[in-house]
Design a protein around this ligand. Structure first.
Ligand SMILES: Cc1cc2nc3c(=O)[nH]c(=O)nc-3n(C[C@H](O)[C@H](O)[C@H](O)COP(=O)(O)OP(=O)(O)OC[C@H]3O[C@@H](n4cnc5c(N)ncnc54)[C@H](O)[C@@H]3O)c2cc1C
Length: 505
């Protein structure tokens, strides 16, 4: 046999790339979404083989990446927790408590055996002939290259790059003599005692971090370009306090509190569209008594957008406001002109002294975990693709992804998407199909394409910065990605999987 260049290359490939075998389903990501997907898959299809691959060295995704002081949920844990696993603590939980909850899910359902850490998925190549994905993986611990094959790829990779946080380049940053820290990469033993800390940012991370470090630091300044909406609910809901003495079973308590929070959040979301001015007034008035006397609420706490057009930052029990009242923290609303040797100069001319600057400036979004996709040898350009219900993508066979809610708990959507994927796998089985592809019908071909996120609906900075690399939505169902749990909890369980937009073969 004549040895050609390509056979030599593939012989070398096979020496270097280890065949990791075939699984029925391959899940990417071991965060809240991937663990949820693994649970539902095992529960509904105990005979199917699967693995969960995660680039990080531990479970939890977001909650493993973000370990800065005070890290906690914004959402209540009754809806942020899965519907199948009761939450037993106060409504708002620390990052560590969320990790412990996820650990229990993993342990209760024996999921550890399926999870492979430090397995970074770099490429996924679909072959129609073979009816499978070939998934290229690099082990971050050993550098070894692995190759899995799978019949169904389930992307639970979250929405941002865990390795590279978003950090704008400010003028003069290189001459600053203090320390610059991003919350996504918090140093394990950072001593803040007696330090002057400036936190750049106005979102949930800044609001969480500031009260947590205010006691230890000499002073903390929140430096924001523009304000965010805040809401200060109690850490434990008054209904949970009332129900406490009844000693209800955990499952009941979980379900009652879930319904309570869903009702509350549905009202909040609806009001943000139907009566934004009323909601704005409500949020402002609920904050006012918690702020120091004479505080300039218009300047520091009045956002330029409608409530819920970006996430409302939750301040449980008003702890951020307490730090402001006690003078341990303060707010500067201005733009950065330049970093100096010893601090930050803002446009008003004021120089804010700093030993440590925390850049709570957010994320770089990633499209499906920055995995390079091909379908039958052709590279997939996601900017030309359209979502199918925010769960699949046109032209990508046997692939689903999980993207949670912006305005509600992410996990509410995880459970709904998992149900739909379960129905999809069953439908394929019933039809004897080995392939399902979301496909634009003739009547969909000229539909108007819309951005991934309509800025009128939701326009957080990290989403707007990344619209140009993301896939699109159409102007009609099922080519839209709905953001309202109140609608989707009715629509997704009923969604017709045989309406002609999913082509089975
Ligand atoms: C500090 C913070 C607080 C938050 N609080 C809330 C809240 O209160 N309520 C709420 O609803 N949402 C909140 N969010 C949003 C949060 O990201 C989601 O709630 C949820 O954790 C996302 O889970 P996930 O599993 O989908 O993704 P992630 O948590 O992002 O996990 C994805 C995992 O996939 C892995 N991965 C990605 N790409 C690859 C690849 N190519 N190969 C292998 N592995 C890969 C990553 O390493 C990661 O471990 C918060 C976010 C942050 C940063």
């Amino acid at each position: 046999m004549t040895t050609t260049a390509s056979t030599t290359a593939s012989a070398q490939d096979s020496e270097e790339i280890q065949d990791a075998g075939y699984v029925d389903v391959l899940i990417v990501g071991a965060g809240v979404s991937g663990i949820g997907a693994a649970y539902h898959l095992r529960d509904q299809f105990p005979d199917r083989t699967f693995v969960v691959l995660d680039a990080q060295d531990n479970r939890g995704g977001t909650w493993w990446t973000h370990r800065y002081p005070g890290v906690r949920s914004d959402s209540d844990l009754f809806t942020y927790g899965y519907r199948f696993k009761p939450w037993r603590g106060p409504s708002i939980a620390a990052g560590e408590e969320i990790l412990a909850y996820l650990d229990e899910v993993i342990k209760d359902h024996d999921l550890d055996q399926y999870i492979r850490y430090q397995h970074r998925v770099t490429a996924a190549n679909w072959s129609t002939e073979d009816r499978r994905w070939t998934v290229e993986v690099t082990r971050d611990d050993t550098g070894q290259q692995l190759r899995y094959t799978t019949g169904f790829l389930w992307m639970c990779q979250g929405y941002y790059n865990h390795a590279k946080p978003y950090q704008p380049q400010w003028e003069g940053l290189d001459r600053f003599q203090g320390l610059v820290v991003h919350p996504q990469r918090w140093p394990e033993h950072l001593d803040l005692t007696g330090k002057r800390v400036v936190v750049i940012g106005s979102g949930a991370t800044a609001a969480t971090l500031i009260p947590a470090i205010a006691e230890e630091a000499q002073h903390v300044t929140m430096l924001q370009r523009s304000p965010t909406y805040f809401y200060a609910p109690p850490t434990t809901h008054e209904l949970a306090v009332m129900l406490g003495p009844l000693d209800l079973p955990d499952e009941w308590m979980h379900e009652i509190m879930r319904r309570q929070y869903m009702t509350q959040y549905h009202w909040l979301a609806r009001t943000s569209f139907e009566a934004p001015d009323d909601l704005h007034a409500f949020l402002m008035e609920s904050m006012r008594p918690l702020l120091p006397e004479g505080f300039d609420i218009d300047k520091h706490f009045t956002p330029r957008y409608r409530p819920w057009q970006q996430r409302i930052a939750v301040v449980p029990d008003g702890d951020l406001f307490a730090a402001l009242r006690e003078g341990k923290a303060s707010i500067v609303t201005d733009t950065i002109e330049t970093f100096t040797e010893h601090g930050i100069k803002v446009s008003s001319g004021e120089e804010i002294p700093a030993d440590i600057v925390v850049t709570a400036t957010g994320f770089n979004m990633s499209v499906l975990g920055d995995v390079a996709f091909t379908v039958d040898g052709e590279q997939v350009d996601f900017t030309e693709r359209v979502t199918w219900r925010g769960i699949m993508i046109n032209g990508l066979p046997n692939m689903a992804y999980v993207f949670g809610y912006f305005r509600h708990s992410w996990t509410l959507r995880v459970d709904l998407v998992c149900d739909l994927v379960g129905r999809l796998l069953t439908t394929m089985q019933d039809k004897g199909a080995t392939m399902v592809v979301p496909t634009l019908r003739p009547q969909d071909k000229d539909m108007q394409l819309r951005p991934f996120s309509d800025p009128e609906n939701f326009n957080a900075g990290y989403v707007m910065r990344s619209q140009h690399i993301l896939f699109k939505q159409g102007d009609r169902e099922p080519w839209t990605h709905m953001h309202e749990h109140e609608q989707e909890r009715e629509i997704l369980p009923e969604a017709d999987l045989d309406d002609g937009t999913l082509v089975y073969s």
